[in-house]
Every structure is written in C-alpha cells, then in structure tokens.
Design a protein around this ligand. Sequence first.
Ligand SMILES: [Zn+2]
Length: 295
Amino acid sequence: MRWKGDRRSSNVEDRRSSSPVSGKLLGGGGIGMLLLVIFSLLFSGGNVDLGSILEGEGAGGNYDTTIVQQANPTADSETSEFASVVFAHLEDYWTAAFSESGRSYTNPTLVLYSGSVRSACGQASSAIGPFYCPGDQKVYLDLSFADELANQFGASGDFAMAYVIAHEVGHHVQYELGITQQIEKLRQQLSETEFNKYSVRQELQADYFAGSFAKYLTGETYNGQPILEVGDIEEAMYAANQIGDDTLQKQAQGYVVPDSFTHGTSAQRVAWFERGYQYGDFEHGDTFSAANLDL
Ligand SMILES: [Zn+2]
C-alpha cells in the first residue's frame, strides 16, 4: 500500500506515552504526583479478567483476537503513521458511503496505546488484541499487534494491518447503522450458544465492510499512483484466514468447537471479505439474512 506522507486522521488519541512507568515518578513533586495519578488510573482496575473480557460479558465491546500477545512498549512511529493514514482513508470512505445512501456518519476515534488501556467498555490489556468499544465509539489498537500479526499469525505486510483496522471500523459502522444496539439486546435474551451465532454474523459483516473498503481503495490514488499495490488484497485475505475461529482454536488447543465460535471460520471470514471486495455496498453485506447464512 502507498501511504507515506499521505493525509493522517485528526481523530487519533495517542496514549502510548502514559504507559511506561519508571522509578522516577515516585520522586515527589507536582509532575511526580500527576504521574502517580495517571498510574493509578491505568491500573486501578486491578487484574484484568481476561476470560470475561474475551467473551465480551457485560462490557459490550467487540474483542477480536483471543491469542495472548507479548507486550512491546517500544513506540513504533512508522506503524502509528500508517494506522493514522489508513484511518483517514476509512473516514473518507464511510462518510461518502453513508452520504450516498442518505445517512449521516460520525467518525470514530483511534486510540493508540501500549500495554493497558481504559475504555468505556472497561480496562483492557493488549493481550485481547485490537477492539472497538461502542460505549465511547473508539477503536483501541496496541501497535505491537502488527508484529504479532506477522510473527504469531504469519500475516505480514502492511495491508494485513489495514484489514484489521478496517474490520474494527466496520464495527463502528454497525454502531452507526444501529446493528450493534440490536445485537446487544439479543445478548440479554439468548443462551450463549444461540447468541454466538449472531456474534459470528456481526463479525463476518465487519469483514465484509473491510472488503468494501478495499474495493474503494482500488479506485484511489496518491501522488498519481494507485494506493493499492500488487499483493495487498492477498495480504488481507491471508490475515482473515489466519484469525478465523477454527484456525485459532486448532492452534491453541488442537481441536475445534464450532458452538464456541464468535467470529466465524477462516473460510467464512475470507468469503465475506471477498464479497465486500466484490460488491462494496450495504445490501450485499447483510450477514443476518437467512439467504446468506450458508456463505
Ligand atoms: Zn470484530
């Protein structure tokens, strides 16, 4: 993907500087006190209950990766610039797409953090991977996930990361469309197994929206050159394949439990991304209609 020097989103909150904690902050004085307050804000939630966060219990966030990653506190300015440029493209795309269908669209915020972060959906550690919180309409991203994607999931290439960001913004699109709110009601009414089916459809729709965004980018240029480069779409599809529930479960426990799927199989995720890439409209992205269930 061509991106260096392209427009960056202004809806980015960089919270990475507040994460590293050194002995110096205990040195007293005004700034020490301030840091202490930040420190306690960051960690007052105590131990994060990974189990409940992963299942999204109570919090209502869309948590997308169930693999524990290594914390990497090193700030990566190139990755942050890349994420910001991708976010700006997503703003352009969704604002136009909503406008064309007579709807208004409010941009989400991208929060870059390192290690641990507080959201309206609760305290989260980077172990849960990138997520969207409907409570504050923010996408939370620890940039070390780019390394994780390459090293643990074998999905390298910048467009693999663009797909992940586009998927999270896809959850915001669902919020803007009122779909998230309907799903949350179902969460209260259905058994876990029944609800997981809706959760899978919600995730596959976010993949469809990521595919729609990729289709849009094929028509965009930067400095007179196409933004997408050879292999970009394949990078995204490979990433979608690597983070399917069946693939993740096989890696983690050696067997697959379909009832526990919350994101869809690798084949489903790739299929819905491809469908978005093919059609790029709202109509074909209805993962909830009976006619589309077998896809
Ligand atoms: Zn998701």
